[in-house]
Design a protein. Structure first.
Lengths: 104, 360
């Protein structure tokens, strides 16, 4: 059974931005979209080990800070070179002002 | 003199770089608050559309001048302008659009990237991946596919680079080889297998256009089509080499701090337009997400942590020349640039392992 884990407060992430969340030896990226929805993916780029939380969120895209590889952070789909492998995504819910992610 | 460095991407230096952790290492970054960095990273179509319109108008205008004055001495200034726009400024457009930072709109980046790749005789697929490697492993011997001047330096080769001859001699046969489906072991070392077929397709398109230009030249019985398509790579690449060589030449290799292996040089506004602000090269390597038009602002923000920039290209070449001469005898020699008192120190405890003798 996958656990719901508190990642951050709803105001810890600015609109159209991302923050890093470490849990259980793993790293995740928590996104707040321009329309105020929250999403979660693995924290590292699938191309090379770079923290996506240092990248740029534009609409539904996260751009990796190292080589500008792009993913749709809502679906995890890689959107062109140099990223070819999709990003893992995780279910997210907001409860009592906290962003919770379900980690398998 | 024994040559120590193996610049092959599948050789002894590659093995050592991977084993010692130099490959895909964590690099030094100057601390920049997230809010400031987010602002600097913001994309906008405006500056690049403006610059691209100027660029295209200047290219078409100078091409029209060449065609109009063809056969007279009046053609020379137009050749000078067209050559530099075609053979040099295409490099910075290729570079910035390859990063996807020039425009906010993706297709605009891709369109200019493809056009500039053609102008440079660069396979757009191969070079996208080689440049990703250049950013992962900047001037790491055996890993970086874009080291312009290897050690010990071949000064004749460096001088000939200004004519474009060597690059032409490498680029054209590479395109033809790729068009026939041949990918070298070095290319395979940084291009994922799933992308290899795209290398061949892109090369075939480029070769087809060159064949068409040659056919047109034969039909018209005139060199004019080739002077406009292909040959500017020879007579117009000098500015690209003039600015590009300074990026890393004479500085450290096998380090993980861009302040040690990359150079920022203040340049005149015309060169900065041609080069799209890549004279702020330390800043670009540290933060490749920042678009070219925001690099001067990034420079102001982090210059307290960087070596003093060279005040001009002339100054930078004067500084690097004696270093190159010394490297002829002692290839480990390099220029270790001083940091200001406000900067965080170089991580000597790590670099001392791989740089046995630094020049002060």
């Amino acid at each position: 059974m996958a656990d719901w884990v508190e990642a951050c407060g709803v105001d810890d992430v600015e609109e159209e931005d991302v923050i890093r969340f470490d849990h259980g030896g793993r790293t995740f990226a928590i996104y707040r979209s321009p329309d105020d929805e929250y999403f979660a993916t693995d924290g590292y780029c699938t191309h090379e080990k770079a923290h996506l939380a240092d990248g740029l969120v534009m609409d539904d895209i996260i751009e990796c800070p190292k080589h500008n590889g792009r993913f749709n952070y809502k679906t995890g789909v890689a959107r062109g070179a140099p990223v070819c492998v999709n990003l893992a995504t995780y279910p997210v819910k907001v409860e009592a002002g906290k962003v919770m992610i379900q980690i398998g | 003199m024994e040559k120590k460095r193996d610049y092959s991407l599948v050789g002894e230096s590659t093995r050592i770089a991977i084993e010692t952790g130099l490959a895909s290492a964590d690099w030094y970054h100057t601390d920049v608050p997230r809010k400031a960095m987010k602002e600097l990273m913001q994309r906008s179509d405006g500056p690049a559309i403006r610059d691209t319109i100027i660029w295209i108008v200047a290219i078409l205008g100078s091409a029209a001048g060449i065609a109009w004055f063809w056969g007279t001495w009046w053609v020379v200034p137009f050749l000078l302008v067209y050559g530099v726009l075609y053979g040099s400024s295409s490099d910075s457009r290729w570079h910035e659009c390859g990063h996807g930072t020039a425009f906010r709109t993706r297709w605009m980046n891709d369109a200019v990237y493809q056009i500039a790749s053609f102008m440079l005789m660069r396979n757009p697929v191969t070079w996208r991946w080689s440049h990703a490697r250049h950013h992962t492993d900047t001037i790491i011997v055996g890993r970086d596919a874009e080291i312009a001047v290897m050690r010990p330096p071949d000064l004749l080769r460096a001088a000939l680079a200004f004519t474009g001859i060597l690059d032409f001699r490498y680029s054209l046969p590479t395109l033809v080889r790729n068009a026939f489906g041949s990918i070298s072991p070095d290319e395979k070392s940084f291009i994922p297998e799933m992308e290899l077929h795209k290398v061949v397709t892109a090369a075939r398109w480029h070769v087809a256009i060159y064949v068409a230009a040659i056919a047109l030249a034969l039909y018209l019985w005139s060199f004019l089509p080739l002077v406009l398509i292909g040959l500017p790579r020879l007579y117009g690449s000098w500015h690209m080499v003039l600015t590009g060589l300074l990026q890393h030449i004479g500085l450290a290799d096998n380090v993980t701090d861009h302040r040690l292996n990359t150079r920022t040089v203040y340049m005149n506004p015309i060169s900065r337009f041609i080069y799209w602000n890549m004279n702020y090269h330390v800043e670009h390597h540290m933060f490749p997400m920042v678009p070219y038009h925001a690099l001067p602002r990034l420079h102001e923000l982090i210059k307290h942590d960087l070596p003093e920039p060279n005040p001009s290209m002339w100054h930078a070449y004067r500084e690097v020349w004696p270093v190159l001469i010394k490297q002829l005898q002692y290839e480990d020699y390099f220029l270790k640039r001083e940091l200001p008192p406000t900067a965080k120190p170089y991580r000597d405890e790590f670099h001392a392992l791989t740089v046995p003798a630094a020049a002060e």
